[in-house]
Write a protein that binds this ligand. Structure first.
Ligand SMILES: Nc1nc2c(ncn2[C@@H]2O[C@H](COP(=O)(O)OP(=O)(O)OP(=O)(O)O)[C@@H](O)[C@H]2O)c(=O)[nH]1
Ligand SMILES: [Mg+2]
Length: 311
């Protein structure tokens, strides 16, 4: 006589607690062999649940057992897209760059971090999709520690959340990031906005009052521009336009906040930094047009800068 099904479920969950990867799969298989073989009713449901867990564990295992995953940094800043499975992260990445990524109507389509470069305000920014952060990630569930390691190296986080879904899935992800002690500038993208109602958006804003919320849909170009503007805001990057022989470049140089004339010189050319004696500045950081300043003069967003060199 089998035990009552709800007791059985509790026993199973207890057996699985803190088991990951192949250990979890082995345990699930063992549980399966011992379940009574009813075709219908609660026991059949338990069997289906156990089978689905085997699949999910196998999928997650391909990112488990990797202590560190690294993403080579490119561009002026690295911004991570983080969110529950199926939130639309890959779709956003694809809309903003030329990478070909799998997009799927099911969870865990993306298994490893995927980087992609996008140009915002004339500056290349690296976006990285961080997949599969699930409850327990900070304790390494689903290979979470390696994924959080990648996230820790980023400059900012955009949380992505399907606006029509309940907030709890996103809350789980945010909790894991916080549990890992990661503290970066963040914004919240309410994804699939074409499918969401005003109510959904207000609810998100209410539930996450500390983050600025940007509604975005890959089907709406204007919303993608808003999304890019939000990313730019998070990077804190300054845009400075170099001027050589009386001509101002169309392509700006992106610099971190606090950058000086010497940093502008280095961004233009490695050798230029050592020979740089200062510069001339037009724009917000100059007291008057063409002001001559020293190497350590802090530049501001929108400055036009001409580097002066010795000799
Ligand atoms: N209507 C609508 N559907 C979208 C939008 N963006 C993504 N989707 C759909 O949402 C599903 C999931 O998209 P993905 O981009 O794969 O989501 P993901 O967050 O990368 O998912 P995982 O990598 O599996 O965690 C796909 O079926 C997409 O076509 C959108 O702006 N509007
Ligand atoms: Mg994906």
């Amino acid at each position: 006589m089998p035990m009552p099904h709800h007791t059985q479920m509790q026993v199973i969950k207890r057996r699985l607690a803190d088991k990951e990867g192949s250990q979890r799969t082995r345990e699930l298989r063992d549980i399966l062999t011992k379940l009574p073989g009813y075709r219908n009713g609660p026991y059949a449901d338990i069997r289906k649940w156990v089978e689905s867990q085997i699949d999910e564990t196998r999928t997650r295992s391909s990112v488990v057992h990797r202590d560190s995953i690294s993403v080579r940094r490119e561009g002026a800043a690295q911004v991570a897209l983080v969110g529950p499975p199926n939130a639309g992260k890959s779709s956003l990445l694809q809309s903003l760059s030329h990478v070909q990524i799998k997009v799927g109507a099911y969870a865990f389509t993306t298994l490893r971090p995927v980087p992609a470069l996008t140009r915002i305000n004339g500056v290349l920014i690296q976006l990285v999709e961080i997949p599969g952060l699930i409850a327990g990630a900070a304790r390494d569930r689903g290979g979470g520690r390696a994924l959080l390691g990648v996230l820790r190296g980023a400059d900012a986080i955009v949380y992505c959340h399907d606006a029509s879904q309940p907030s709890s899935a996103l809350r789980d992800v945010i909790d894991e990031v916080e549990a890992a002690g990661i503290d970066l500038p963040t914004a919240l993208a309410a994804t699939k906005a074409d499918d969401a109602s005003q109510n959904d958006l207000s609810r998100l804003r209410e539930n996450f009052p500390s983050m600025s919320v940007v509604a975005v849909s890959v089907l709406d170009d204007a919303s993608l521009e808003d999304f890019k503007a939000a990313i730019w805001g998070l990077t804190g990057l300054l845009r400075v336009y170099p001027r050589t022989r009386g001509r101002t470049d169309d392509d700006p140089v992106a610099l971190r906040p606090g950058a000086t004339i010497a940093d502008v010189a280095r961004a233009l050319h490695k050798e230029m930094e050592s020979s740089c004696t200062g510069g001339r500045v037009w724009g917000p950081s100059a007291r008057f047009d063409g002001q001559i300043v020293g190497r350590s003069h802090p530049v501001a967003h929108g400055d036009v800068v001409e580097i002066r060199t010795a000799g």
